[in-house]
Design a protein. Sequence first.
Length: 253
Amino acid sequence: MTDPAAPSTAPAGARDRPAPDRAALFLDFDGTLAPIVARPADARLPAASRGELERLARACGGALAVVSGRSLAGLDAMLAPLVLPAAGLHGAEWRGADGAQARLALDAGPVESIEQALQPYARAHPGVLLERKPLALAVHFRAAPDLAREIEDMLAALLRPHAQAYALQAGKMVLEVKPRAASKGEAIRRFMRAAPFAGRTPVFAGDDLTDESGFAAVNDMGGLSIKIGEGETAARLRLPGTDALAQWLAAWR
């Protein structure tokens, strides 16, 4: 992994990126397309970014997908009226360019039982937010950072009986119970095996630990990986924030 001393500016990496008609573009949502906010439901995609996504989807011949920890339904609500190929829940559910949708065949019972076990704790600690998703549960503690270790220990204990099917994923001030078989790297590889993504050079931008498997997959395929913000990363290019990525995308012609 690399940790460059200074983040790149918006024009950086322009010489390294493929022409849009030869690229397969993958984008995380929170912290990448939209700024991170205290409550996930309050996130908003800037209006200008929606127009750029529509333009880039055309320029890439439809080979543009959003790859996120949100559910497909949640992504569609944030991107409306756009409906794009997407991988939700870190790849546990997906929608191809043909519109066909699928989801990993897993029993959601363990997620439900973990959520129920954590509800009394969340009620007793107002800075802790439980975000239930299909096949996943995110525990946000941005407003209570001192509880991070305690929450991690509780989740690890609750997950132990379900470790074959579910795993704990760390993120920015969040811990998430997610399907073990799902990762953004595998989601990108799945897209790259199908039209119109196949045969193109992958480009992936993300901001969090959950995106590192995507960076690794794109690097293995000779593509361009872009880290948004600070932190150790395997990505080959760094941009300082969501505004810088928006500028970088707008300049991609």
